[in-house]
Design a binder for this molecule. Sequence first.
Ligand SMILES: *[C@@H]1O[C@H](CO)[C@@H](O)[C@H](O)[C@H]1NC(C)=O
Ligand SMILES: *[C@@H]1O[C@H](CO)[C@@H](O)[C@H](O)[C@H]1NC(C)=O
Ligand SMILES: *[C@@H]1O[C@H](CO)[C@@H](O)[C@H](O)[C@H]1NC(C)=O
Ligand SMILES: *[C@@H]1O[C@H](CO)[C@@H](O)[C@H](O)[C@H]1NC(C)=O
Ligand SMILES: *[C@@H]1O[C@H](CO)[C@@H](O)[C@H](O)[C@H]1NC(C)=O
Ligand SMILES: *[C@@H]1O[C@H](CO)[C@@H](O)[C@H](O)[C@H]1NC(C)=O
Length: 334
Amino acid sequence: MTCRTRNVFIALALICSIYVIAKQPNMDYDVLNRIRSTIRSEDGIEILYTVGGWHNFNTTFFIESSGIGYLNDRYACSVEAAARLQHPLPVILYMTGIKKEAIARYNPWTKNFTNLKLVKVDPGILFKNTSFDRLYLDVKGQATDLTEHISDMMRVFLLKHYGGLYLDTDTVLLKNTSSFDSFLLYNLVNGIMKFESNHFLINEMYNTLAQKKYNNRSWDGLGFRTILDITKKYCKLSLEKGNFDEAGKNCNLTFLRTETFLPIKWVDWKNGLFIQSFKKLEDFRPNVMKNAYGIHFNNHLTSNIPIVRKKGQIHEIIAEQYCPLVYSTLPKVY
Ligand SMILES: *[C@@H]1O[C@H](CO)[C@@H](O)[C@H](O)[C@H]1NC(C)=O
Ligand SMILES: *[C@@H]1O[C@H](CO)[C@@H](O)[C@H](O)[C@H]1NC(C)=O
Ligand SMILES: *[C@@H]1O[C@H](CO)[C@@H](O)[C@H](O)[C@H]1NC(C)=O
Ligand SMILES: *[C@@H]1O[C@H](CO)[C@@H](O)[C@H](O)[C@H]1NC(C)=O
Ligand SMILES: *[C@@H]1O[C@H](CO)[C@@H](O)[C@H](O)[C@H]1NC(C)=O
Ligand SMILES: *[C@@H]1O[C@H](CO)[C@@H](O)[C@H](O)[C@H]1NC(C)=O
C-alpha cells in the first residue's frame, strides 16, 4: 500500500465511522410517540388513549406491570382516589396488559373522571433502542421479581422523560398533592416520588440503572439501593446525620418526612393493625393521620389479609370516603 492510498484509506475509514456514529439512532428518541404507536396498534380497545400532552410534571401515575390484565379492587381504589383529589390535573394508569372484560369495569371511572387515562404499554417496545434495552433483557431472562423490576424500571424511565408523581398502586392519596415540588421520602423508597423531567437526580438514577449489572439476588437493587447510592453521592445525604434539609438543597428537591405518605409503620401492619376495626380514620393516631397526604398499605404485609365490609378496617374506612365509585362495587370481602 502506497503512502497515498493509505491516507485515502484512513480518510475513508474516518468518514465511514463518522457516518456510522451520526446514523446511530438517538437512544432515547421520541418515547412519547412510541407509547402512542403502541396504543394505536391495539385494535378494539377503546379505552386506550394517546398520552400526548398528558404526561408531565403535574401528572400522577401508577403502573400495573404484572400483565394480569385488570386491576384488583384495592388498586382500583388508589387510582380513583388520585383521580378525584388531583382533578383536573391528569392521572394515568399504565398497564402492561389489559383484558377486554376489564374495560367495562373501568368505563364508569373514565367517563366520570375526564382527567383519568388508562394506557397499555408494552415494556419491550417502550425500552427498545433506549439505554434500558440491555437491563430489560437481563431482567426478562430471570424468573423472580419480574413484575417488580419492570415496574422499578418503568417508573424511572417515565419520570426521566416526562416527570410527575409516581405512586405505588397500594398508595391511597388523602389530600391533593398537585402543588408539591420534586421530592423523595426520608426512607428513600422508590414507591412514592416526584420529579421534574430530566431533573439531574432522576437522570443520575436513569444512567445508574442503565449501567447496572442485574443481580437477581437483590430485590431492591433497582430501587432503594440505587436511590441511597445516588443521594449519598450527589446530595451528600447521610442517613446517620439525617441532614435532609441540607441534602435537599444540594439536590434541588425536598426530602419529605416518611409519615407524609407512610403514616402507618410497617411494624404496626405487622402487629395486626390491618384487621383491627375503627369508626373513623382519625381514631388511629389522630395527629399523624391529620398530617398525612396519603397512605401506603405496605402490600407485602397486607395484600393477603381479607377486608370484610362493614367491619371498619382502615382500608374500608378510606375506600368509602376516598373512592366511592369503586367502593359501591366492592364485594363483601375484598
Ligand atoms: C402544572 O400546573 C400548574 C398549575 O396548577 C401550571 O402553572 C404549570 O404550568 C403546570 N406545569 C406543567 C408542566 O404542565
Ligand atoms: C388540586 O391542586 C391543583 C393545584 O394546586 C388545583 O389546580 C386543583 O384544582 C386541585 N384539585 C382539587 C380537586 O382540589
Ligand atoms: C365524578 O367526578 C367529579 C370530579 O370530576 C366528582 O366531584 C364527582 O363526585 C364524581 N361522581 C361520582 C359519582 O363519583
Ligand atoms: C429499533 O431500532 C431498529 C434499528 O434501527 C429499528 O428497525 C426499530 O424500528 C427500532 N424499534 C423501536 C421500537 O424504536
Ligand atoms: C439467578 O441467576 C442464576 C444464574 O443465571 C440462576 O442460577 C439462579 O437460579 C437465579 N436465581 C433466582 C432466585 O432466580
Ligand atoms: C431547581 O428546580 C427548579 C424547579 O423546581 C428549577 O427552576 C431550577 O432551575 C433548578 N435549579 C437548579 C440549580 O437546577
